[in-house]
Design a protein around this ligand. Structure first.
Ligand code: HEC
Ligand code: HEC
Ligand code: HEC
Ligand code: HEC
Length: 140
């Protein structure tokens, strides 16, 4: 009897644990899959903010294609589990500051346009490369 009770407890524990884990996964998954992210740079003023269809891009690319943290040999050592909503360390501006070699605007421009241009070159469907296609004026 005691033994049975013990097993039941383990079972309850396991079930509870699974549900908990499932919830955790759903939360992590859905938050990392934010459909669109409005990109801004603190000092941005001259151009309308860029709406970035993040989820669309995650359908075709690995996370580490864009997200990185390079070690001294230049290898991308970012741990994918760090890619969570609200983690300030993964934001581009965490490393690409006005003082860094590649400042923030350049980091965005090079990553976004660099890839889009590659696809134009290959004559494949691609994203915008013209200023006004990314910095879209809001209609009022
Ligand atoms: C095509 C490039 C690209 C790919 C691929 C990509 N991301 Fe992102 N992600 C970005 C950019 C750009 C941002 C905005 C960062 C900023 O605001 O500084 C971002 C932001 C995020 C954020 C932060 C959201 C927030 O508001 O806190 C998370 C979490 C994230 N990405 C997770 C992922 C995961 C997980 C994957 C893979 C499934 C992934 N990303 C694939 C470019 C990409
Ligand atoms: C943990 C720090 C860190 C974060 C976060 C980070 N970067 Fe970088 N990035 C670097 C470093 C270091 C380099 C190498 C050049 C340098 O020393 O500045 C680099 C280089 C680049 C380059 C030029 C070389 C290349 O890989 O093409 C681009 C473009 C770039 N980052 C874009 C981004 C974007 C966009 C984001 C956000 C999605 C981002 N970075 C987030 C540290 C970071
Ligand atoms: C690694 C390659 C890559 C990177 C990096 C990338 N894109 Fe794209 N992007 C694409 C491709 C390919 C498409 C076309 C997808 C399609 O039509 O299926 C696209 C499409 C788009 C579209 C059009 C979506 C639509 O509904 O037609 C926008 C807007 C866009 N990208 C913005 C951005 C911005 C902003 C960044 C930088 C933060 C960025 N992209 C970084 C490859 C990339
Ligand atoms: C593929 C998308 C894309 C294209 C094309 C693009 N940009 Fe950007 N740009 C961005 C992103 C993302 C940022 C950073 C977020 C922001 O400030 O909205 C940015 C930031 C900027 C900034 C700094 C922020 C500000 O508002 O002062 C300027 C200036 C700028 N872009 C000018 C241009 C010009 C000029 C062109 C055309 C030659 C251009 N951009 C084309 C995506 C793009």
């Amino acid at each position: 009897m005691l033994k049975l009770l013990y097993h039941k407890r383990i079972l309850t524990f396991l079930c509870g644990g699974t549900v908990f884990l499932a919830l955790l996964f759903t939360a992590a998954y859905s938050s990392a899959q934010d459909e669109e992210i409005v990109l801004t740079i603190p000092e941005s003023t001259s151009r309308p903010a860029v709406v970035f269809p993040h989820e669309l891009h995650t359908e075709s690319y690995d996370c580490l294609e864009c997200h990185h943290n390079y070690d001294e040999t230049g290898e991308n050592v970012l741990d994918e589990s760090d890619l969570e909503d609200g983690n300030p360390d993964i934001l581009c501006g965490a490393c690409h500051t006005p003082k860094s070699k590649v400042h923030q605007r350049e980091a965005f421009h090079r990553q976004c346009m660099g890839c889009h241009e590659k696809f134009i070159f290959n004559k494949r469907p691609t994203g915008p490369v013209l200023c006004g296609e990314c910095h879209v004026k809001k209609e009022d």
